[in-house]
Write a protein that binds this ligand. Structure first.
Ligand SMILES: Cc1cc2nc3c(=O)[nH]c(=O)nc-3n(C[C@H](O)[C@H](O)[C@H](O)COP(=O)(O)OP(=O)(O)OC[C@H]3O[C@@H](n4cnc5c(N)ncnc54)[C@H](O)[C@@H]3O)c2cc1C
Length: 380
């Protein structure tokens, strides 16, 4: 499908990011899966090339590319390369924006330059063992002690939990008001910051995911992001971009899955012809391609809406819902059309099948996406 929202500068950015991924990421996919994480150097290399937080202003080391289409390209190309551990869109489009949009000048100067160079790897810590979809149920507390906050509690399933250096942590600052949540920039080297083990997962094997524990962590006052008690509002505002970025990653991965499958069925022979010649194969793939084109068009539309300041949380939820459900269908049909080979680890579709399953769960489950869309439909 021809896309109309990109100009020459976007195409050049896409081409150079794709070249970077083919050289510095794709050849190491298996090695990183075995290691259970990606090496720090890949962040530094990406940073050197301007692929981390390119939206940051030049005075903070960024490229000043405050046009969401660049972040869209990062998310799509990350997906399209099929490596799911180096999730630089988490760093760029999900975590850094909390500091850029709401952090004080001091905080931005302290952390954004390192995030742009890749010296600092970022993560976000919201989920707790007893509070995932229901953010208001979180128990981690940050108590004002005059010159610092005392942070106590624990978070789970945190991406970059092992390799991350700086985490945006959500904590309750008023025990009596469930939505009185504040966000803090918490360095992994603060005393009392403890990482759990690298969790063993179904897929995304090269992405380190861990529990984080905060045992009387003294967080300097200046590391409060924005205004105390306003964290819930910042999270809700940030989640629209986060979900859109996930949707763009999903469409990149879905295209990757379709390409793998088309290539395979053209080669594979059964009953004297290629599997690609069966009408069932063609119809299945055509159906997926049509859905992919429609969701891509929606994402393109929303990228422009973000630039113009009127993308809504419901719109982003629709894109995340549809794209993650599509991706799982692409992976499932892809395995089916590969036959037994699809179940073998030496075939990339096998990894895509395992990697894609989480996209219906993280950054808000499909059910929560429907809840947000329905809430808007039924509001009075
Ligand atoms: C690999 C991985 C990486 C992750 N990375 C991060 C990260 O970096 N940072 C972070 O903070 N979190 C992260 N998460 C956590 C993730 O965002 C949560 O797992 C997700 O939000 C769901 O929360 P939960 O696991 O507590 O499930 P629950 O909230 O317990 O949900 C269980 C089921 O109940 C359903 N449900 C819940 N509420 C409703 C409702 N109101 N109506 C209908 N159905 C409902 C859900 O849809 C789901 O099907 C990650 C998780 C994984 C697995």
């Amino acid at each position: 499908m021809k896309r109309f929202i990109f100009e020459e500068e976007h195409e050049m950015f896409r081409e150079s990011f794709r070249t970077f991924l083919q050289k510095e990421v794709v050849p190491y996919r298996d090695e990183w899966r075995q290691a259970g994480m990606v090496p720090r150097e890949v962040y530094r290399k990406a940073g050197e090339m301007g692929f981390l937080v390119p939206q940051a202003p030049e005075e903070l080391g960024g490229l000043g590319l405050d046009d969401f289409r660049f972040q869209q390209i990062i998310a799509e190309e990350m997906g399209a390369c099929g490596e799911t551990g180096f999730i630089s869109n988490l760093h760029t489009s999900i975590v850094a924006p909390f500091i850029l949009a709401n952090g004080s000048e001091t905080l931005q100067q302290k952390y954004i330059p390192g995030s742009v160079t890749g010296e600092l790897i970022l993560g976000i810590a919201m989920t707790e063992p007893d509070a995932g979809s229901d953010v208001a149920g979180m128990r981690t507390t940050a108590v004002d002690q005059g010159d610092h906050y005392l942070l106590n509690g624990n978070k789970t399933y945190i991406s970059n939990g092992i390799c991350g250096d700086l985490f945006v942590v959500a904590a309750r600052t008023n025990p009596d008001i469930p939505h009185a949540i504040s966000l803090f920039a918490v360095e992994a080297n603060f005393d009392g910051f403890i990482r759990g083990a690298n969790l063993k997962k179904m897929g995304m094997k090269s992405q380190d995911t861990a529990e984080l524990f905060f045992d009387n962590v003294k967080v300097p006052k200046e590391n409060l992001i924005g205004v105390e008690g306003e964290g819930f509002k910042y999270l809700m505002a940030g989640l629209a971009k986060e979900r859109l970025s996930c949707a763009m990653w999903n469409i990149g991965l879905a295209q990757y899955g379709l390409d793998l499958t088309v290539e395979f069925v053209k080669e594979r022979k059964a009953f004297g012809k290629s599997v690609a010649q069966f009408q069932n194969t063609q119809f299945k793939l055509a159906d997926l391609k049509a859905r992919l084109d429609a969701i891509t068009a929606l994402c393109d539309q929303l990228s422009i809406a973000i630039n113009q300041g009127h993308a809504t949380s419901e719109d982003a939820s629709s894109a995340k819902l549809l794209s993650s459900e599509l991706l799982c269908d692409v992976a499932d049909e892809g395995v089916q059309l590969h036959g037994g080979a699809g179940y073998m680890e030496e075939y990339p579709i096998c990894h895509l099948y395992k990697d894609s399953r989480i996209t219906r769960i993280f950054a808000g489950t499909s059910e929560i996406m429907k809840l947000i869309i329905a809430r808007d439909m039924f509001k009075d």
